[in-house]
Design a protein around this ligand. Structure first.
Ligand code: FES
Length: 203
């Protein structure tokens, strides 16, 4: 591989070349929770399964499989190490930013690939709650239409930001949001700022 063109940190390389906690045989893994997510556009699909210490509410094992790219593989590999020994509530709150930080950073245009692992993990945790009689703990990530003229949702805006939209104009180019009556402009601008802070601002 051409070293000069490798845009990833050593840690990303290590986790990509030697992924940890890959699920070899799902039938042999007695999962307490299972989550699947994917982006057809990105060509990625992610499966995450967890085992839980029921008394302590702590994740004892986390395995995963993906057909995703280097960023998806490396980020889920490091995520699977981070969550072992973590309380379910704390693992649920992990974000792509936490994972990226643990990896030493990803190229901005690849950050959206890294959200697959933590999204599938949240689904696995919700699945655990459902299977074990705790439906009141399930948190749903609702999608909401922000621009009614073009039927663009907050989730699509977030994905566009993750894929590199930094200005309102770039957001419009990707999603066509706000290109008709303009009533949604102020909310779209707020969301643009919110998602940029959420995923890219240093804290
Ligand atoms: S509501 Fe977005 S352009 Fe009309």
């Amino acid at each position: 591989m051409n070293q000069a063109k490798w845009a990833y940190s050593e840690k990303v390389r290590d986790h990509f070349m030697n992924p940890r906690n890959v699920l070899e045989d799902e039938a042999a893994f007695d999962a307490d929770g299972r989550g699947v997510t994917g982006s057809v556009k990105c060509g990625d699909e992610m499966l995450v399964v967890i085992k839980v210490d029921h008394e302590r509410g702590v994740i004892t094992d986390c395995r995963w499989q993906t057909y995703g790219c280097a960023s998806a593989i490396a980020s889920t590999s490091v995520l699977s190490e981070m969550v072992k020994g973590m309380r379910l509530e704390d693992a649920y709150r992990l974000s792509a930013r936490d994972v990226n930080r643990a990896l030493g950073g990803l190229p901005e245009h690849k950050v959206h690939c890294s959200v697959l692992g933590d999204k599938a993990l949240r689904q696995a945790i919700n699945d655990y709650y459902e299977r074990h009689g705790m439906p009141e703990k399930i948190q749903r990530e609702e999608e909401r239409v922000v621009c009614h003229c073009m039927n663009v949702t907050d989730v699509e805006i977030e994905h566009a930001v993750l894929e590199g939209a930094r200005t309102f104009y770039e957001l419009q180019e990707r999603t066509k949001v706000g290109t008709v009556c303009g009533e949604c402009h102020s909310e779209v601008k707020q969301l643009l700022e919110f998602y940029q802070n959420k995923h890219f601002a240093e804290k």
